[in-house]
Design a protein. Structure first.
Length: 419
């Protein structure tokens, strides 16, 4: 196992101290003098561990940290800072840092944390190899005439790898379970024992309370998904006007999220005719599903772009599409590839590793899964596709497409029915 450490440090004296400590422990040390050099070195070389100064010229250590999350092979990052403010430390650990050290550096602490970071990288690396080997062995044993709709080995490998990366991100970034672990570790260092009690900073405890609440919400969402599978769904008939009004209400409810990246929501005019037919919906659940899809669109769209909500009716089917301009250049240029349009509805799947903290929502890769279950419980179908329409955008748009059955009005006998 390579013992290479990238030290991103602009100060010569600080670098020399860190270099001497680590080289005495047989680490190979490479230096980056600023953030741009660090990013370029990481893209062209494999570094198990990076020691990252947060205060550097050109671009900040925090920006470098965000960039590493988009890399195929991510180093385990230890941040170094002279700032002992809890919020600053938590912000960077939430962004993906494994640990931190305060300046002036303590040699024993640095050696201990560098060793721990190496072990974490080794486990991650082994995990990736094990998954690859397991999938290849499964493929060798698989029936050559397996159903064509199943994912290819390459795509299955991609999904499995991304699934584990997503779980890793979920438990190490953003609010919730991962942050609770980091905060408890911080609390252990800060707590001072006085008699039979411990004195702890109020700010740390408040953060623990907030993240405990987010963890509880995540567990509740998992329970809701399980409950929805077997639940009798109470539905009521919706006319064209009622359906349009419900969409308007949902859009109004997500306006605060739209403003985060300055998105505009364009709702189709009410010119869809299904006067002799009705939708049967559970208003609360259906609204939640559309909210999840819209918020997901805001998170992964280019800033200052439009999100379109379009619906139409044909052959006893109402179709509803929510379109957005993805900030992934690959999606804008090439559209969905490698069955990604199927995989995005799987539990815990995340196409991108980064967590956008501006959206105070659960980021466990369950939003689209939740929407899918709700639509299926309504007898509908949900899918994703790429759309090229020059009237909307010169590039590919991502479209989440929903199809719902329309029921002839005379078939509706009760105001409330159960599916």
């Amino acid at each position: 196992m390579e013992q290479r450490v990238l030290i991103a440090e602009d100060d010569d004296i600080s670098f020399s101290i860190l270099q001497r400590i680590l080289e005495n422990e047989s680490y190979e040390v490479i230096r980056a003098r600023d953030g741009y050099e660090a990013i370029n070195l990481l893209k062209s070389n494999r570094f198990p561990v990076m020691l990252l100064d947060l205060n550097m010229p050109e671009i900040s250590g925090y920006q470098v940290l965000e960039e590493t999350r988009r890399m195929e092979t991510q180093p385990v990052v230890i941040i170094q800072t002279s700032d002992n403010e809890i919020q600053s430390i938590v912000r960077n650990m939430r962004a993906g840092a494994f640990d931190y050290i305060l300046k002036p550096v303590n040699a024993e602490e640095l050696v201990f944390k560098a060793g721990r970071a190496m072990e974490v990288f080794r486990v991650r690396d082994l995990q990736n190899h094990l998954h690859t080997d397991s999938l290849e062995e499964s493929a060798r044993r698989a029936d050559a005439n397996a159903a064509p709709e199943k994912l290819s080995l390459k795509n299955l490998h991609r999904y499995t790898k991304t699934l584990f990366e997503s779980l890793q991100t979920n438990f190490n970034q953003g609010a919730g379970i991962g942050m609770l672990i980091s905060l408890v570790s911080l609390l252990m260092m800060q707590a001072k024992k006085e008699g039979s009690n411990y004195l702890v900073p109020a700010e740390t405890m408040e953060l623990i309370f907030q993240n405990a609440s987010m963890a509880e919400k995540a567990l509740n969402r998992i329970n809701e998904l399980h409950f929805l599978q077997d639940r009798n769904l109470e539905v009521a008939p919706f006319s064209r006007e009622q359906f349009h009004k419900m969409l308007q209400d949902v859009i109004a409810s997500v306006e605060p999220f739209a403003k985060i990246k300055n998105h505009r929501i364009q709702l189709a005019d009410q010119d869809v005719f299904f006067d002799k037919a009705e939708l049967r919906l559970n208003r609360s659940l259906f609204s939640q599903a559309v909210q999840e899809i819209l918020i997901n669109a805001f998170k992964f769209s280019l800033e200052n772009t439009d999100v379109y909500v379009i619906y139409g009716a044909m052959d006893k089917i109402l179709s509803l599409s929510i379109l957005n301009s993805p900030h992934s250049e690959e999606l804008r240029q090439s559209g969905f590839v490698n069955d990604l349009n199927q995989i995005i509805f799987e539990p815990f799947f995340r196409e991108e590793k980064a967590v956008d903290e501006r959206f105070a929502t659960l980021d466990y890769g369950l939003g689209l899964t939740y929407a899918k279950v709700i639509m299926e419980r309504h007898g509908g179908i949900i899918s994703a596709s790429s759309v090229q329409d020059d009237r909307l955008s010169p590039e590919q748009l991502v479209s989440i497409d929903i199809e719902l059955p329309l029921i002839a009005s005379e078939e509706t006998n009760d105001s409330v029915m159960r599916f």
